[in-house]
Ligand binder design. Structure first.
Ligand SMILES: *[C@@H]1O[C@H](CO)[C@@H](O)[C@H](O)[C@H]1NC(C)=O
Ligand SMILES: *[C@@H]1O[C@H](CO)[C@@H](O)[C@H](O)[C@H]1NC(C)=O
Ligand SMILES: *[C@@H]1O[C@H](CO)[C@@H](O)[C@H](O)[C@H]1NC(C)=O
Length: 258
């Protein structure tokens, strides 16, 4: 798995390896079947990338899962329409009012057309979800969803999934700061206005940006148990929100109903 990020961001993404040596002694061992389910624990993850993705929507979940990857074998594919580096820079200059240059890039490992089979698809959000040029990506979500075990959305990633039709008839949530614009893309979605994350069947949707970490941690707990999830959060020195209904941002952003 190759994942390259421009040097400027190297420090931010760098996790001290020495601090993890002791913790790495405990492997997660062979994945066990999920209690009460016939389906095996997922082994392959696909992260969808598109221009203008939100950094933490991608790297928050990947951070947590990368700790899992040190304890059990799981594989990650970074998927985009082409193999060109994917930048967080918005397409429209009007979305970069101050002409900042603050846009790391990520190299995809596969195009959507050549994507290997994946067990878990993760769809991040970001300003790029507003692009009118994501129709191929949206169609790919619709084609791919029936083949995956789980779908996770972060933040406004739920707008792309809503546009694909996959959320129709489902309960889902999204970023409260972008609520009114996102929900218009899913008139047949049962949008949940107050939620850190929502699980409906095999679809886990999370609220804004950092909520993707809590949803991923809950997903890790679901797959590997509470003790493993707590240990992983402790390694990250991350204080989890474990109540999916914890959502002060709903009130802050005046989101009271769908
Ligand atoms: C962690 O997950 C593995 C399955 O991968 C399981 O065998 C083990 O018991 C779990 N450990 C704890 C402490 O729950
Ligand atoms: C925007 O910034 C870049 C450098 O980051 C500079 O080359 C370019 O001229 C700037 N454009 C405007 C319109 O100021
Ligand atoms: C993408 O699909 C939407 C809805 O079908 C359509 O309105 C829009 O024109 C398409 N965009 C492009 C760039 O083709």
């Amino acid at each position: 798995m190759k994942l390259s990020v421009s040097n400027a961001l190297g420090g931010l993404l760098c996790l001290s390896s020495t601090s993890l040596v002791a913790a790495e002694q405990t492997p997660l061992s062979t994945p066990t079947p999920i209690p009460g389910q016939a389906a095996p624990v997922p082994k392959t993850y696909g992260m969808l990338l598109f221009r203008g993705f939100e950094l933490l929507d991608v790297f928050g979940p990947l951070e947590a899962l990368s700790v899992v990857a040190r304890r059990t074998k799981i594989d990650l594919y970074l998927l985009a329409e082409t193999l060109d580096p994917v930048t967080t820079e918005p397409l429209m200059p009007s979305m970069n009012r101050f002409n900042s240059s603050f846009f790391p890039t990520v190299n995809p490992t596969h195009t959507l057309a050549d994507a290997p089979d994946i067990d878990v698809l993760i769809v991040p959000g970001g300003i790029g979800t507003r692009s009118p040029y994501l129709n191929d990506t949206i169609d790919w979500i619709a084609e791919t969803y029936p083949k995956v075990q789980y779908l996770l959305t972060v933040c406004t990633g739920s707008a792309l999934v809503a546009k694909s039709g996959v959320l129709d008839g489902r309960r889902a949530t999204t970023n409260k700061a972008s609520w009114s614009s996102v929900i218009t893309f899913g008139p047949n979605v049962e949008w949940v206005p107050k939620a850190r994350w929502v699980v409906d069947g095999n679809i886990w949707s999370s609220s804004g940006i950092s909520a993707g970490i809590d949803a991923t941690m809950a997903f890790i707990e679901y797959l590997y148990g509470a003790d493993n999830a707590t240990e992983i959060a402790n390694i990250m020195e991350y204080e989890r929100h474990t109540d999916p209904e914890w959502d002060p941002f709903s009130e802050i952003w005046g989101v009271t109903r769908a």
